[in-house]
Structures are given as C-alpha cells and as structure tokens.
Design a protein around this ligand. Structure first.
Ligand code: TXA
Ligand code: MG
Length: 330
C-alpha cells in the first residue's frame, strides 16, 4: 500500500510537471497537472494517444466543479451529491481557461471525483485538478493493478502509487450534461437507470463516445490476441472450426463441458460487478499465456450487463468486411 511519503513525492512530481500513475476505484490513471499544457502533453506521448482525445480531470470534491466548468447545471449538483466520490464522470461546458489538450479541442470538459483513498489523498496533497486517462498504451486494456501499469508504461512514468486491485475494474460511466436530455457516452458501474432515477428525467439515446471506423482493425480496450464473442451454445463448435494454432482460450460463465477439447477454459464470475472487476486482468493473463484466440461467451442482453458488454464489444476483433459479390465470384 501507499505511504504518506509516496503521496507527497507524487504530489511533488505533479507540481514539477511530471507524470504519476495512481489507483482509482475504476482503473489506474496516468496523471498530470491539469493546469499545465506541457505536463498534459507528456500523457499523450507516454500513451501514444492522438491529441484530439479529451482527458478527464479528476478533482478532490464537487466544490471544484465551478473552477473547471463554465456552467454547472442543477443536474450536475444532483449527480455529484448522489454519486461522488465514485465511478461517474460528467461532461460539462468548459471554463475558458481550460486548455485545448484537456478538452480535445471541444468546448466541454469531463470531470470526476474518484473515491479511491489513494486518489483522494493525492488530490488533496496536490491541491489542484489532475488530468488522467487510463494508464495504458492507446487502444490497450486499462490497468487494474500497479503491476499492469508497469507492464504498460515502464519507465515513462516516474512513480506508480500502488492501491491494490481496482474494485470496479472497468472505466467510469460518462454522462453528457451539455445537452438536453442528458445521455450516457460510456456505460459503467453507475447505470443509466440510476442516473435517470436521480435526475427524474429519461435519458437521451446512448451515443458511442468514440467513432469507430468501419472495417478498420483498430479496436479499443483490447487484448493482443483476437477476441471473438460467441453465443453460449456455439462455443464448442466455434472452437472446433478454428484453424488458428493453439492455445485457444474460452472465457465463459458456465463450467467446461466434460468432453471439451479446449485446453484453457476460464470460468468467469456470475455477477456483472464481479465479472467487470476481473475482466481486464483475466484478458491480460490469457494474453500473457500466449493465447492465439480468446473466445468469450456472449453475455445476456440485460441492462445490468450493459457496461461489460460494451467493453467486450470494443475489445472484439471485427469480422472482415464482406467481399463485394463480383470479387467473390471471380
Ligand atoms: O474510470 C475512468 O474514467 C478512468 C480513470 C483513470 O478515471 N479514466 C479513463 O480515461 O478511462 P480515458 O481517457 O481512458 O477515457 C476517457 C474517455 C475518453 O473516451 C474520452 O474521449 C472521454 O472520456 N472524454 C473525456 N473528456 C471528454 C469530454 N470533454 N467530452 C466527451 N468525452 C470526453
Ligand atoms: Mg482509456
């Protein structure tokens, strides 16, 4: 666990414009002084991330909302009261002083008060906002332990505060409050229903927070091995049809069938919370075991599985685009 000296050292690194990895209850973040464009620039370099992707600013408590947002609508105060500190990010209109790197050139800002005690201690010791995306290379799985951060970023980060394994395991829910009605940009542990209940309004259509280029192989939150989502009843036959060299891994909520030929059958937890908590660590382990293909059992189409399904869909390798008929005929 993290000592007071380590927190003070990390705050000092932030003050001098350096990078610090720290735990939050969702995933580990790669932090920089949000008020310093030069410091925020280092995040993009360390992650290999395109500059038009906005970065969430982490704050110690809701009183800092007014510093970062140009307008704080009543809905934002309501959600802050209810869900902060916690795994919820709000997108609001940004203050004029917010630099373009933070907002990805848009007129909005993402703000979150994390609940993890180490994140809280760091924010208090530093005394200002900390810009932090997840502490992974661009497109890869978010880290949920300090060890994962070191594997991802190595020497690119001066200090990794160790707060143990993350409790939530997937990134925060992002809700956009800049237009009416509010809409979920990224599902997470705080559900759309909980937000709608708190605001007493129905939410707008969920939008995807990142455009996906059709047919491109670039996926997000992804392991190195291709990942395919397969209906529970078709897993065995799907694996039998594959021509990839072994080992093929299966991640399923049911146990391995007795006659199964799959060597690596990983049983995933029953509940969405537990599933989310272990998901990225499990995918990393299967990658590290040298798997050539990861077959994941499709999850039930129920609201409580929305956030985990979202991450698996993004991690999944897209099917190759269908060939035009003429080309196929030749
Ligand atoms: O749980 C989390 O949210 C973690 C921890 C470290 O806080 N952070 C995280 O950050 O997942 P990142 O950068 O990996 O993902 C943030 C997402 C990106 O998809 C980004 O486009 C979106 O939030 N985002 C940030 N600011 C935004 C804004 N102003 N408007 C729209 N989307 C925004
Ligand atoms: Mg990320």
């Amino acid at each position: 666990m993290t000592t007071e000296q380590e927190i003070e050292k990390a705050a000092e690194i932030l003050r001098s414009g350096g990078l610090v990895a720290f735990p939050t209850e969702t995933v580990y973040g790669l932090g920089a002084d949000a008020s310093s464009p030069a410091a925020v620039k280092k995040i993009f370099a360390a992650k290999g991330r395109p500059a038009d992707h906005p970065v969430i600013v982490h704050i110690a408590d809701m009183s800092e909302l007014k510093h970062w947002a140009a307008e704080v609508p009543r809905a934002a105060w309501l959600l802050a009261e209810k869900f902060w500190p916690g795994p919820l990010t709000m997108v609001l209109k940004r203050s004029p002083h917010v630099n373009d790197l933070i907002s990805g050139g848009q007129n909005t800002i993402g703000l979150r008060v994390p609940g993890h005690p180490v994140a809280q201690q760091l924010l208090k010791a530093f005394g200002r906002g900390i810009a932090a995306p997840s502490a992974n290379k661009f497109g890869r799985l978010s880290p949920t332990t300090a060890e994962h951060v070191r594997e991802e970023l190595g020497n690119a980060v001066e200090i990794v505060l160790d707060g143990g394994p993350c409790d939530v395991g997937i990134e925060s829910t992002i809700v956009d409050l800049t237009s009416e009605p509010p809409a979920i940009l990224r599902p997470g542990r705080v559900s759309a229903q909980q937000i709608a209940d708190a605001l007493l309004v129905p939410l707008g259509e969920p939008a995807v927070d990142r455009p996906r280029v059709p047919g491109s192989l670039a996926s997000h939150y992804a392991p190195r091995a291709p990942l395919k989502i397969v209906h529970p009843d078709e897993i065995e036959s799907y694996v039998r049809r594959q021509v990839v060299p072994p080992p093929v891994a299966v991640l399923a909520r049911r146990g391995r069938p007795r006659d199964s030929k799959v060597a690596l059958w990983q049983v995933a937890p029953e509940t969405p919370e537990e599933y989310a908590r272990l998901l990225y660590g499990t995918l990393r382990r299967l990658d590290d075991a040298g798997c050539r293909l990861i077959v994941v059992e499709a999850l039930p189409p129920l609201p409580e599985w929305t956030a985990v399904r979202d991450r698996l869909d993004r991690a999944a390798t897209p099917e190759p685009a269908a060939q035009p008929t003429a080309a196929r005929a030749s």
